[in-house]
Each structure stands twice: as C-alpha cells, then as structure tokens.
Write a protein that binds this ligand. Structure first.
Ligand code: C2O
Ligand code: CU
Length: 523
C-alpha cells in the first residue's frame, strides 16, 4: 500500500492504499442537545481565545512531520451497517413573495471520531446545518443569529447575489446579533452551500461543523426530468476530511496540524466513514446525488467501487449541456457536483482522498452503499440538459491573478489579505467581460474560488478543457506551478462599499492571506 505525504506532490496522483481503521466499535453517531451545554462553555472559550491570527503558510516545508496512516488495516466490510444521515430540510415560511429562513450558528458536541466527544458547531444543531431550498425567481430572507461566542459571517457560496448580502468578511456580526440578508434568487438550478467567512476564522469555524447545503430549484426541463425529492431520490453528500487528535479536538491551523497522534476522519453528512460504510436504500431506481467537498484542504475523488460510471449532470454552477458518463469526479475543497445512478444492484461509492496535505496521506474510503428497493422504470434522461454558450474571449479584458507565498503568509498578487486593508483589490465595472490567468507560483495545491458570478474554464495548465470541464464553475483546482484561464461577466450587482472575495478555498490558506477583494462599480 502506498501513502503520499509529500505536500509538494500536488499533481494528483492517487494511491489506493488501504485506509486506516480506527475504531470498529463506534458508529460515529451525533450526540444531541443533551450534551451540547457542557460543550458550549468550553467551545465558547475556545472560539474567543482562538482567533486564528496569522499562522504559518509554509506547510509545504513540513514534509515528513505528519503522522502517517501506517496501520494500514484491511478494508472494512463493505456491508452497510449505519444509515446515511440526511441533514434536515429547513422549512421556510412564505409571505408576500418572500420566504424566510431562520438559522442559529451555535456550538455543540459530536462524535467526529468514534467513541470520543468533540466540541463542534452547527446551524440549528450540533454539527453541519440544515439544507435550504431556494427557488429561482423567488426572494429569500434569512434571519441568522450568532450564538458562537465569536464573530462570524455566513457566506452563500456560489450564489449570484449583491455584495452587501454575500456574507463575506465585511458582513461579519458579533455573538448575540442577528444578520438578516435578503435577496432575489437569480441562480438557476444548482447546488450551493453556506459557511462562515469572517477574517481569519473561516477554517476554525468550518471544520468544527459550520457548513450546510443549498439546493436551488428552477422550472427548467432538466429540473423536471431529474429526481428532486429531497432525502428520497435527491440526496446530499457533504464530505469532509478533518484532522482530529485523540481527545477529539479538531485542528484547523499549522500548530494543530503538527500535533502528533492525529487521525484524519472522513465524514459523510457528519458521520465518520473510516470504519463504517453507510447505507442508503433507494426507493426509486434513479437517484440523484449532490456532492460537496467541505473539507478544509483535501481533494476528494468520488467513484464507484465496482469501477462503473457515474452519470454526471452538474458541476458547481449548474447543469452540464448533457448527462456525461464519468468514471470519477474530482472535487477540490469547496467544489460540488451532481450525478445520478440508475440502480439495478447495490453500488458502493468510494471517495479517494488525495494531496496528502492536512491529512498526511492518501486513501480510499467506501463511504456509502446504495441498495435499490424499487420497481419503477425511469424515463430516459433528456438528451440536452442545458445550453452553455461558450464565451468568445477575443475582446475580453485580460487580468493576471498570482497565487503566491511570502514567508509565513499566503498572497494574491503579492498582498496577504489577512485584513481588509492589506488585501489586493480588483476593481471592475458592471457588465465587464474578463479573462483571468490564475497562476500558482507556489508548489502547493490551491483551490481558486470566485464569488459573484460563475466562470468558464478557458485553459487548464495550457490545455483546452474537455468533457465536464466545459460546465460552469465557481471553484477550481490550480496545481502547484500550474495555471488556469477563466472567463466571466460581472452582471447585475455593483457596490462602492461592499466587496466580493476571490480566494483559495484551502481554508488555512484563505485565513493566512490568500484572499483578495473584487469591487464591481457602476460603469
Ligand atoms: Cu466558500 Cu469565499 O467561499
Ligand atoms: Cu491554497
């Protein structure tokens, strides 16, 4: 078996070493409210005392200091023995054309590793958050209360909304306060997510559990044809690879990652799948899965255990032009994809963890066995799901974005964005059409994320994109020493005070300064 622990090895080789099995007995179930009180005080102090500040950017230099997954036990039995946890669907209340959702960010406890209680955080619960459904063309209002004991913000990752409502660092709000953004849903059908985005504390808050999914629905033919019954044939899969010490403390910065004796649980909807393959019984022959990589850093590749194909229907920013058979889906931190399975027999889904960065190794996890119990016959998928007009970038304004490193800070265009004042600011105007060359001058892996508008990939390391890379994205991998070219158009929203962000979605890098601001002004 092989493990990769060389952080410089960012080219994405995947080794399929047996993963570590840590605790056969535990089921990784969440603990509930009864336990959250004692955890609260503890975690409150932790949040208060733990303002991340500036950590060490030079994680790459730490080669060899990570605890490797050396126990190398054989694969667990793939028989499903714990049911997949499905995050609740958050019911909104609709009046006068506005749907109101209520969320509280709070601390709690959960068994992130089996048999050990971790202090965690969640929206309306102890870990993760409920799924929201937004409908294209409707208006939403969110009343979000901060009960974390520290500043937070809530960013709607991938949503095309005004900068003042975007939930970036300028929207941070204090413990005890309620933030109430409201906006029209201009996005078409896609899978978004929400998570904190205050300066310097994003990694800490996300890894403790502050993350939830948003499903945007629309009235397109593709949406009508695809499965859409939440929790029945439309299934969220929130995957996270974390770093946890033996006492259950979840790590989020360099000091934490260099602690000895760490384990690296992979969670699916909050349940550790190290020693457990989750089970889901599909009561419809065709099941749609929405996968979110909510990990702080690692790349997760989704595949079938039997080597078969997944029918991918969407990338980050909505439907592909047509359903596309793929053998794997590679998701960099922050990215999403949707696929369907037409099930004749049980299928086990695997995730392959790569980059060996936080996790300190690679491995393959059987995380979910989907067993059909259905007798229906789904219609063929429509031959066309979406029309994507490729940008003709001949007249697009060119810009260069350089992802760099300066000592212990991470930079964009030479500036470490650890404060609003220090970050690089990109100024553009409404309806500007731009082509950005994003160059990674480090040897580390980065996950480039742009707020506000979707982008098309024009080039990936000098090559023209093909296949699913012809879809719409908001988050994309930039390998060490590599580059991507992306094209976008800054439609609809301007603001001379509030800014969008562009940053690395490896959360530690973001907190260490790999973040810049984007200001869209009236032309
Ligand atoms: Cu998912 Cu700027 O973030
Ligand atoms: Cu990065």
């Amino acid at each position: 078996m092989t493990h990769t622990n060389d952080p410089l090895d960012t080219t994405g080789q995947q080794s399929k070493g047996a993963h570590a099995k840590r605790d056969r007995a535990g089921k990784g179930e969440h603990s509930h409210e009864s336990r959250s009180r004692s955890g609260k005080g503890l975690h409150r102090r932790k949040f208060l005392g733990g303002m991340a500040g500036v950590g060490f950017a030079a994680v790459g230099a730490a080669t060899g200091t990570y605890a490797l997954l050396t126990d190398g036990n054989t694969f667990k039995a793939s028989a499903a023995d714990t049911a997949l946890n499905i995050p609740d669907l958050l019911e909104g209340t609709t009046a006068d054309g506005t749907t109101t959702f209520t969320l509280t960010a709070k601390t709690g406890t959960a068994e992130v590793i089996s048999g050990v209680t971790s202090t965690t955080a969640g929206y309306n619960g102890s870990l993760l958050g409920p799924t929201m459904k937004w409908t294209n063309g409707s208006t939403v209002l969110l009343n979000i209360t901060n009960s974390l004991g520290a500043d937070t913000s809530v960013h709607f990752h991938g949503a095309h909304i005004p900068p003042k409502m975007d939930g970036g660092p300028q929207n941070a709000f204090a413990d005890g306060e309620t933030w109430s953004p409201t906006f029209e849903i201009k996005d078409e059908a896609k899978t978004l997510w929400y998570h904190p985005h205050a300066l310097g504390t994003t990694a800490e808050q996300v890894v403790h559990g502050l993350a939830g999914m948003i499903i945007v629905e629309d009235d397109s033919d593709a949406s009508a044809a695809l499965p859409s019954e939440y929790g029945v044939d439309d299934i969220p899969l929130i995957l996270q690879c974390l770093a946890v010490d033996t006492s259950g403390d979840i790590k989020y910065n360099i000091a934490g990652y260099l602690t000895s004796g760490l384990t690296y649980p992979v969670l699916c909807n909050g349940t550790n799948v190290d020693a457990t393959t989750l089970g889901f019984t599909a009561t419809k022959k065709r099941t749609r899965f929405r996968v979110l990589n909510a990990s702080p850093s690692d790349i997760l590749t989704i595949q079938r255990g039997d080597g078969g194909t997944l029918t991918q229907v969407a990338t980050d920013q909505g439907y592909l032009t047509e359903a596309t058979e793929v053998t794997s889906i590679r998701l960099v931190a922050g990215a999403r994809a949707e696929f369907v399975l037409d099930l004749e027999a049980a299928v086990t889904l695997q995730t392959v963890v790569t980059t060996g960065w936080i996790r300190g190794g690679s491995g393959t996890y059987d995380f979910l066995t989907v067993t059909p119990d259905a007798s229906d016959t789904p219609d063929d998928l429509p031959s066309s799901l979406n029309t994507i007009t490729r940008y003709d970038t001949a007249d697009f304004a060119a810009r260069t974005i350089t992802l760099g490193q300066s000592g212990q800070l991470m930079t964009i265009n030479g500036s470490a964005g650890t404060t609003m004042d220090s970050m690089a600011t990109i100024m553009t105007t409404l309806d500007a059409e731009e082509i950005w060359t994003i160059t990674n001058s480090t040897q580390l892996e980065h996950s480039f994320h742009l707020h506000d508008v979707p982008f098309q990939l024009i080039e990936i390391n000098g090559e023209e994109p093909t296949g699913v890379d012809l879809g719409w994205f908001d988050t994309y991998e930039v390998v060490g020493g590599g580059s991507i070219k992306i094209a976008m158009k800054f439609t609809d929203f301007t603001d001379d005070t509030y800014m969008y962000m562009l940053h690395c979605h490896l959360l530690q890098h973001e907190d260490e300064g790999m973040m810049a601001a984007l200001m869209v002004m009236d032309s």
